[in-house]
Design a protein around this ligand. Structure first.
Ligand code: GRG
Length: 291
């Protein structure tokens, strides 16, 4: 059932990795650039896939879409590197491999994250991406999605919530996750419409629901997944006494909410018809994934 999506996701991941190799090999090969190349390897590349698939829906070819796809993955990878640092989640394993501060050191991890963040803005500003208006729109929206009103805000709320789990509600977790993981997923899905200079609201509605379903699936994996398959430590939320969709809704309730969100995401694509089948399959994949 998920063949078209599976093939497409694998193919996209390969193309994104190849482009990263090309771009990163143009820098002096020092620990920070080696750490960047190591960090962008592996992972599902779901955000890059959303950019390329959303672009295809709007008639934009992969030669243009690959740059914002790399931007989404560069911001995502920077967030993972910094999130794994001892001052944040303190993780030693990511994608089944040692994290950057473990394989190199903390300074290299901070700098590799910083440089991936700035690389993302270089990627959307490249002339191959489109007109100056399109590039400015992509850069502005990416800054908003990833910065103090987006992902960083969500991360700050998450850190604060570690000490305030008693007051957490489904609404407050929705708000936190909408920013922490949702904002970049939403930017990724909307980028294709932005590349075409078109209204991103249908892809926005799709990815808003998708982002929340993704996070619920992540909370479920933290409870039910095993370290070898997930590729990172599991059971951390419960150990820290953190409020999650699972702790608030229970496993059954969280699964049902995720299924409802997937249905909502698919409904938002109805006007695209059959062309959006791959994005619908992506929504189903997000809650069935094991890693
Ligand atoms: C440090 C500014 C800053 C932000 C960090 C998103 C985030 C904010 C931290 C990541 C922590 C985390 C594990 C969140 C759960 C959701 C998530 C982003 C999972 C990992 O994403 P996948 O499954 O990873 O897409 P791959 O490895 O496939 O790329």
């Amino acid at each position: 059932m998920y063949k078209a999506f599976d093939e497409s996701l694998t193919d996209t991941a390969g193309q994104i990795e190849k482009h990263f190799e090309r771009v990163l090999s143009s820098f002096d090969q020092v620990p920070v650039t080696q750490a960047m190349a190591y960090a962008v390897r592996g992972g599902k590349k779901l955000r890059g896939f959303l950019v390329i698939e959303g672009a295809r829906l709007h008639g934009i070819n992969v030669e243009r879409a690959i740059w914002p796809a790399m931007a989404a993955e560069a911001i995502h990878t920077y967030s993972l590197i910094h999130d794994d640092l001892p001052c944040m989640d303190d993780d030693s394993l990511r994608r089944g491999q040692p994290t950057i501060h473990v394989k190199w050191d903390e300074a290299t991890a901070v700098l590799a994250g910083d440089a991936l963040q700035t690389l993302a803005f270089e990627m959307v500003a490249r002339p191959e991406v489109g007109s100056a208006d399109v590039r400015a729109d992509l850069g502005l929206s990416l800054a908003r999605a990833s910065g103090a009103g987006g992902m960083v805000y969500g991360q700050a709320l998450d850190i604060a919530a570690e000490t305030e789990s008693l007051s957490a509600t489904v609404e407050s977790i929705n708000h936190l996750q909408k920013h922490k993981t949702g904002a970049l997923i939403q930017w990724s899905a909307e980028a294709g419409a932005r590349l075409a200079g078109e209204d991103p609201s249908r892809l926005g509605a799709y990815s808003h629901a998708l982002g929340l379903a993704f996070q619920i699936a992540d909370d479920i994996l933290d409870v039910e997944g095993d370290i070898d398959t997930v590729g990172k430590a599991v059971g951390k939320d419960a150990d820290l006494g953190k409020a999650t969709f699972v702790s608030l809704l229970g496993l059954k309730g969280a699964r049902q909410r995720a299924r409802d969100l997937v249905a909502e995401a698919c409904d938002a694509l109805s006007s695209y018809g059959k062309d959006a089948e791959c994005l619908r399959q992506a929504a189903h994949f997000v809650i069935l994934r094991q890693f």
